[in-house]
Design a protein around this ligand. Structure first.
Ligand code: FNR
Length: 191
């Protein structure tokens, strides 16, 4: 698929560890996206301090401003995250809590794609539905299907190369990105 106008997406990664399977998946996305689509990694959620309203009263951290600005300027957001204890990792929730308090919430009206995985078979499905619930209060518009839930993710990515090695997984991620870009265009067609 070739799109008519460039689409700029930003990516929020829910894992901090260097050997993260989700980091590998995230790195692979530009190659799996339709031509004309850019996907840029936002700053690390690990660089954002714990949410504290007292800190907010002194001024938002620069890392929050930068992330919020990146999201606001993008055509859409892709969240790639593992599941922790049947929900989203706390460090990701912390970033979303900060972003939600910015004077102009950057997620409002923003198309959002969610991708998850797990070494296990449930593939982060429970985290996806918790994340959808969080996104309701942020007024984001979450894309639904085709979904990306990668079971056995440890066997389907090459961490060193930052690639997805499983052909079926590459295919359904590509299908998801193509449909997501169409969703983004329907929500705010570029002239
Ligand atoms: C996990 N893991 C996990 N997996 C899952 O499918 N459901 C879950 O609820 C949890 N819970 C959980 C909690 C915590 C604290 C950790 C550290 C891990 C396993 C998780 O999917 C696995 O560690 C992934 O490899 C994490 O993703 P990255 O860091 O490889 O991208």
């Amino acid at each position: 698929m070739t799109i008519q106008k460039p689409v700029e997406l930003v990516l929020l990664l829910g894992s901090l560890r260097s050997g993260s399977f989700h980091r590998a998946l995230a790195k692979a996305l530009p190659d799996l996206a339709p031509s004309g689509v850019t996907i840029s990694l936002l700053g690390s959620i690990g660089d954002i301090p714990h949410y504290n309203a007292d800190v907010q009263a002194e001024g938002f951290p620069d890392t929050v401003h930068a992330m919020g600005g990146g999201i606001a300027a993008a055509d859409g957001v892709v969240v790639v995250t593992p599941e922790y204890n049947y929900s989203v990792p706390g460090v990701l929730k912390n970033a979303l809590d900060w972003l939600s308090r910015l004077p102009s919430t950057p997620f409002a009206g923003k198309p959002v794609s969610i991708m998850s995985g797990s070494p296990g078979p449930i593939a982060g499905a429970r985290a996806q539905y918790h994340l959808r619930q969080i996104m309701v209060f942020l007024d984001a518009i979450v894309f639904t299907k085709p979904e990306v839930m990668v079971g056995g993710i440890n066997t389907k990515v090459d961490v060193a190369a930052g690639t997805v090695t499983d052909e079926a997984t590459r295919q359904f991620i590509g299908d998801h990105l193509q449909a997501f870009v169409q969703f983004v265009d329907r929500l705010s067609p570029k002239s």
